[in-house]
Design a protein around this ligand. Sequence first.
Ligand SMILES: [Zn+2]
Length: 243
Amino acid sequence: MLLHLSTWAEIEARLAADRSIVIPIGSNEQHGPTGLLGTDWLCPEIIAHEAQKTHDILVGPTFNIGMAQHHLGFPGSISLRPSTFIAAIGDWARSLAVQGFQRIYFLNGHGGNIASIEAAFSEIYAEASFAGRARGYALRLRNWWELPGVQALCARLYPQGHGSHATPSEIAVTQWAYPGEVRTASYAPQIAPSGPVREAADFRARYPDGRMGSDPAQASPAAGGEIVALAARVLADDLAAGW
Ligand SMILES: [Zn+2]
């Protein structure tokens, strides 16, 4: 069930039976010469939307702008600063919580978001702690590549050149979902360098084509389909457990 294609009355009825929701969250940022700018929000959205076709889960609108300040040297990248992002995540969660949602599960697609999402959760928990009350609802962060079994599958598909940005696995997921948007390029070097992440000018100087440690030429729509099928299958179980 997709929240944005539902009515308020349908959501009110659902809340009487189930109080959990999945929010895909990512970032709109460069993904090397062939990766789509939306890759990091498309991947969790693709997986969550696929999962709701066969499982009884509610998926909210995708939070598609994240903490990507280090990518701002590449056109098309859009970022919130950490403080803005933390405040926005908090208000998304509070909006849902006041209506009765008790389990808010963020399915994340961008490593650079993790610190801010965790900080947003801590802000919400701190409000309850300083007021001396129970928090009333639970928040969870799950990176899609850490859904049970997914990392092992990606390691098997890409034993070399997976890297950490513009990875063949994430690009494969978008290729599967958007087969008309597949790009190719010749990469030099074939596997991009790895290193630290700092400000945007430093990032572009270190990683001139935008990749980090990856060889996206290995991506294929078929492999993307395999990753999506597994991730979508385990998402519902992961949502139900571990609160
Ligand atoms: Zn990415």
